[in-house]
Design a protein around this ligand. Structure first.
Ligand SMILES: NC(=O)c1ccc[n+]([C@@H]2O[C@H](COP(=O)([O-])OP(=O)(O)OC[C@H]3O[C@@H](n4cnc5c(N)ncnc54)[C@H](OP(=O)(O)O)[C@@H]3O)[C@@H](O)[C@H]2O)c1
Length: 215
């Protein structure tokens, strides 16, 4: 199984490293074929790690994970190429945050009434988009067991098989029981949680925390 990890930031580095540790091939994609961060990842992670442009990575992969700057996600996926995404599971971990006025960020105005995940699905109707992992920081995405308990992680998407395969991957990351919220419109809930998430960093004493449904 080959994964394209579209993004060279902390999320891309963390997810790609975890995939390699699990024994999967991980191709880190970026705008440039000679991206320094992607090259560093390949040097550090070894044989199962490679790098390429967004398009090269998406073309080779069985499953694509997009972890680009939120405001650039649609541009990055356009560069990846609709033909390279068609039919594939497209796991979207991005958040539509606007840092133009500093910290804390707000939601990008384009997504206050909907979600970036829906825009991704609309732009790539043949891709099978699953929104997940955007509600925790990168370290927790791949190692929820480092918390006192994992808490809950959520999936949203229109394709039942894509969600089932994503849930299987999440379990390999250490999430015991991912919560299926429903179709892709339910990503509004997890994306719109981010303004609270950034404010929980204070009382939580940092970014290593999660939330849990209790009844
Ligand atoms: N940081 C976390 O713990 C965390 C947790 C949950 C969700 N997220 C979300 O995950 C995503 C990634 O976050 P991050 O901090 O790892 O990285 P980031 O700095 O937000 O994004 C870096 C990536 O975005 C790409 N990019 C930037 N501008 C672009 C443009 N104009 N066109 C195409 N691509 C562009 C970069 O491409 P190049 O490689 O070519 O430079 C790079 O690969 C974000 O959407 C963030 O909200 C982050």
């Amino acid at each position: 199984m080959k994964f394209a990890v579209l993004g060279t930031g902390s999320v891309g580095q963390t997810l790609a490293r975890k995939l390699v540790d699990l024994g999967y091939a991980a191709i880190m994609g970026s705008r440039s074929a000679d991206n320094e961060k992607a090259a560093a990842f390949v040097n550090e992670a070894g044989g199962l790690a490679t790098t390429g442009t967004f398009a090269e990575a998406a073309a080779i992969a069985d499953i694509v994970i997009v972890c680009t700057h939120g405001a650039a996600t649609l541009d990055a996926l356009a560069l990846a190429g609709a033909e390279n995404l068609a039919g594939k599971i497209l796991i979207d971990v991005t958040n539509p945050l606007d840092f133009s006025n500093g910290f804390p960020p707000t939601l990008l105005p384009a997504y206050t009434q909907s979600s970036l995940a829906e825009a991704v699905q609309a732009a790539h109707p043949k891709a099978r988009v699953v929104k997940t992992l955007n509600t925790v920081n990168a370290a927790i995405m791949v190692d929820p067991q480092r918390l006192s308990e994992p808490g809950d992680i959520f999936v949203s998407g229109n394709d039942a098989d894509a969600k089932a395969q994503t849930i299987d991957l999440l379990k390999q990351f250490g999430w015991p029981d991912p919560v299926d919220l429903g179709d892709i419109t339910t990503a509004r809930g997890t994306e719109h949680y981010l303004p609270l998430w950034v404010r929980l960093m204070g009382p939580a004493g940092g970014a290593n925390f999660n939330i849990k449904i209790v009844k």
